[in-house]
Design a protein around this ligand. Structure first.
Ligand code: GYE
Length: 326
């Protein structure tokens, strides 16, 4: 008992110290927090993919490490839930609102409400299509068109000697910026070459189950598919299951290119079941903390901050996998 109390006391002391450290990290905010703890409301898309899980962890960890309060809300894939969450953050008078918009359109009204309340808004990961860019301070995330173009460049090289290439596309969530832009990016590169034919394109909602289901239907109606372009790894992994169930070898009989580069995708790439992955980094937490500090202090930030990313071949995935954190 005595021993237990000793441990408990040490534990309590550690918690108290951690609290102090957290407080001073927040209070030490050079940006002019004046010792106040920053309170940030964040509305996340949901938990549809491995990418999203890694993104949520990155954001939660970064705010915990900085000693700031993060009010985290999961929209479960619904725009209406995000609008509700943003209105609740306004009511609670948080210092900064950040969110990753499920879809691109339909944000002007609620963003105006935040602006009228004097609360700065930061977009992370996905953008909005509002004409008035004074409705948000900054947009931190990937260039999804460039990602689609990188996929397109690989496809053009891989099939340089082919006469005809039959492509099916597993699109992300309908209306989401990465679905719109990754579709556009691929077409920017191969769209003018008649030998490439996108015979089917449908949403798999960025989920593994969605990718599997749509791919099963694609396989039934298209006997000679050469390539699957999946807007994320999870849908590509679902497509692999469907292709294997149909008695074919993914990566050989049907080539697959995806976007994200999460661990499960990289493992499939390293096993030769996927042929190329275009990276999209979910590790936005630390940069979001910095931006939140600045906008809360009324400082100017860059309107657009683009995440740096690469592509992975099978050999590169095998080399990168041991250190891959997500
Ligand atoms: O690629 C996908 C996720 O918005 C970049 O959303 C993100 C995308 C990511 O569900 O896996």
């Amino acid at each position: 008992m005595k021993k237990f109390m000793g441990v408990a006391a040490v534990g309590a002391l550690l918690i108290a110290l951690a609290g102090c450290a957290g407080g001073s990290a927040g209070g030490g905010d050079e940006a002019g927090g004046g010792g106040d703890e920053l309170v940030v409301g964040f509305s996340q898309v949901g938990a549809e993919s491995g990418w999203r899980t890694a993104n949520t962890i990155s954001i939660q960890d970064a705010f915990t490490d900085a000693g700031y309060e993060l009010k985290f809300s999961d929209a479960q894939g619904k725009q209406e839930n995000q609008i509700k969450a943003i209105r609740s953050f306004i009511q609670q008078q948080v210092d900064v609102i950040a969110f990753s918009p499920v879809v691109e359109s339909g944000w002007d009204t609620v963003l105006k409400e935040a602006k009228d309340a004097g609360i700065p808004v930061v977009l992370t990961d996905r953008s909005v299509d509002s004409e008035d860019d004074s409705l948000y301070e900054s947009f931190l995330g990937s260039d999804f068109i460039a990602e689609g173009e990188k996929a397109g460049e690989w496809v053009a090289t891989e099939f340089a000697d082919a006469d005809k290439v039959t492509i099916v596309e597993l699109q992300g969530t309908t209306g989401a910026a990465p679905a719109n832009d990754r579709a556009e990016g691929l077409r920017n590169v191969i769209g003018d070459d008649a030998k490439f034919e996108i015979v089917a394109s449908q949403t798999g909602d960025f989920t593994r189950a969605g990718g599997k289901q749509v791919m099963e239907a694609f396989l039934k109606s298209n006997p000679d598919i050469d390539l699957v372009y999946a807007h994320n790894d999870d849908m590509g992994l679902g497509a692999i299951e469907a292709i294997e169930a149909a008695g074919m070898t993914p990566g050989t009989d049907i080539k697959i290119v995806t976007v994200d580069a999460v661990k499960d995708g990289m493992t499939a790439l390293s096993e030769g079941k996927i042929n190329l992955i275009v990276e999209c980094s979910p590790l936005l937490g630390p940069q979001l903390v910095e931006i939140a500090e600045k906008v809360a202090a009324g400082e100017e930030v860059e309107k657009r901050i683009v995440t740096e990313e690469t592509t992975f071949t099978q050999e590169e995935a095998t080399a990168a996998l041991p250190d891959r954190q997500y």
